[in-house]
Design a protein around this ligand. Structure first.
Ligand SMILES: [Zn+2]
Length: 89
């Protein structure tokens, strides 16, 4: 299933309905209904996602997951700092 969700827009997102710039973020597992979806007894067809809810108008929309990008955390094996240390005896 190809997710066509927009990328995670961060903490200062803009509500597509009222242009408010703050929204709650909730993780939703695959199959988990959205907060504003009608109540059903089946699984939601939606995949894993981040649900956003506008603080002002309560509009809810989904965005793609935003896994951490591995940068700024130096890999000890490749860091110049560790590379210049003498080998331990
Ligand atoms: Zn809004």
């Amino acid at each position: 299933m190809a997710d066509t969700l927009p990328p995670f827009s961060g903490d200062t997102t803009t509500c597509p309905k009222c242009s408010h710039t703050q929204a709650v973020t909730r993780h939703k597992a695959a199959g988990e209904p959205g907060s504003r979806d009608p109540i059903t007894f089946g699984r939601s067809p939606k995949g894993e996602r981040l649900e956003r809810e506008c603080w002002r108008c309560d509009f809810v929309w989904d965005e793609a997951l935003n896994p951490p990008v591995e940068e700024g955390e130096p890999d000890s094996a490749e860091s110049p700092y560790f590379a210049n240390l003498p080998d331990q005896p």
